[in-house]
Structure formats: C-alpha cells, structure tokens
Write a protein that binds this ligand. Structure first.
Ligand code: PGA
Length: 253
C-alpha cells in the first residue's frame, strides 16, 4: 500500500479547494493499492471533508495542531477542533513549522500526544538542513527528531502513525534527494521505528517529501522503504497531482 499525501500549505481557499476536489474526483477512481490524503489549510478542511464523504479512499488532515486541547491560544487549532471538523490526520513537525515558526522537538512531542488523545493520526515530519547533511549528521538529526516526537506517547500510537522524511534543502527548491539518498534515510528510520515499537514498526508508512513531481515520483516510490510521497507544490495542479497519484512503482512490495 502506498500513501500519496498533498500538503497544500497556505493555498486553496474554500472555493478553490471545492473546485480542485470536483476536478480531481471526476477523474480519480479508487485503487486498492494506495491511499490518497489531503492536508488543506484549516478553513478549507470542511470543504474537502464534505467532498470526500462517499470516498473512503480519500482522507483529510490538518497541517498543524496546538498541543493543548483547548484554551486561550488565539489563532491556534486544537486536535479536538480538527477532529470534529472531520480531519483524521495531522502533520506534525513539518520543516516550515520548525524553521519558519520556531517549533521545537519538544513541541512536536507534545503535539503527537495531543493528536493521539483526539484520535488524529500523526504524520511526523523529520528532515535535516543542508548544513547538517554536509556535516554528515543526517541520520543523527532525523533519529533525534523521531525520538523526541514519540517521547510522550505509547509505542502503540507510533505503530499506527505515519512518518515523512523531508530534507529541508529539498522542500520547494526543485532539488530532490536521489532515490538512493532518500532510501538510505528511510532504512535508518525503519530501524528506529522497530527499536521504538518492535515488529509493529515494520508497517508504519514512511513517506518521502521534497520537490516530488510527476517526473521523479515513480523512481522514488520504487526505492527501498519509501512507502509514499508528501507533495507540496506539485499537489496544487490537478493534472500534475493526477499523474502523481497514478504513478506505479516498478515493483510494488
Ligand atoms: P514541495 O513541499 O513538494 O513543494 O517541495 C513538500 C512539503 O513541504 O511537504
């Protein structure tokens, strides 16, 4: 089973999201070997949730949550609010949250716990900066980020979570990690997952993200331990997104 996730970031207002979903759903029919997830901006979540009501193969999540369930946190969205609005997933620790908004490893851990309390599946995002890659620290950095993100929850939460490896230098830059480079990190993350939750760690999907497009998706999906893709820019155009979600890896595991 491969996972195709669209991270729309701060794009697609409600009317645009509705038009996108109409155009996409007219053309995309269910396939048993894949799941398709949408992460719209908060105010467009309800539009996408109602669009996919009759389509269990299409799922919706939010791009971020606060770690508290409610309270005086102006401008924030809590996991219970996201859940009641129909979201089933939450991106946690996306690199833009970490690097633009200063989110810390500790906060990602609190957010994963908040997602779990409310029945949202966390998609934990990890990734190194160019400087860290050049210093040979990639595996240490992503392992540290993963450990911190799961610190406050039981291993069973992680067994039903998802992971996304997104090298910071590849996001929105047009530079993609080669399938072999990405795969090396995925293999290391798989080993970490097994250390955290035993055999159940073998089934947690690990997605790759960072300048994925219709030309490189097949090679990425065919690489060892790459269980799907998290796509930003290329998920905003229906044609390109259609081509991505229809990609067939050379060998489906
Ligand atoms: P990109 O973004 O595909 O535009 O590089 C990916 C992401 O940030 O999730």
């Amino acid at each position: 089973m491969k996972v195709f996730a669209a991270n729309w970031k701060m794009n697609n207002a409600p009317a645009d999201a509705a038009a996108f979903m109409r155009a996409f759903m007219d053309r995309y029919t269910r396939r048993q070997d894949r799941r398709v997830l949408f992460f719209p901006s908060d105010l467009s979540v309800h539009v996408v949730v109602s669009a996919v009501k009759e389509r269990p193969d299409l799922e919706v999540g939010v791009q971020n949550i606060h770690w508290e369930d409610k309270g005086a946190f102006t401008g924030e969205t809590s996991a219970p609010i996201a859940r009641q609005a129909g979201a089933r997933h939450a991106l946690i620790g996306h690199s833009e949250r970490r690097h633009v908004f200063g989110e810390t490893d500790e906060e990602t851990g609190l957010k994963v716990a908040a997602a779990a309390r409310s029945g949202l599946t966390p998609m934990i995002c990890v990734g190194e900066t160019l400087e860290q890659r050049e210093a040979g620290a990639t595996i240490d950095v992503v392992a540290r980020q993963l450990r911190a993100a799961v610190e406050k929850v039981e291993p069973s939460v992680i067994a039903s979570a998802m992971l996304a490896y997104e090298p910071v230098w590849a996001i929105g830059t047009g530079r993609t990690a080669t399938p072999a480079d990405a795969s090396e990190v995925h293999v290391a993350l798989r080993a970490e997952l097994r250390a955290i939750c035993g055999e159940r760690g073998a089934a947690v999907p690990i997605l790759y993200g960072g300048s994925v497009n219709k030309s490189n998706v097949q090679a990425l999906l065919s690489a060892e331990q790459i269980g799907g893709v998290l796509v930003g820019g290329a998920s905003l155009e229906v044609d390109q997104w259609m081509a991505i979600v229809r990609a067939i890896p050379t060998e489906m595991p």
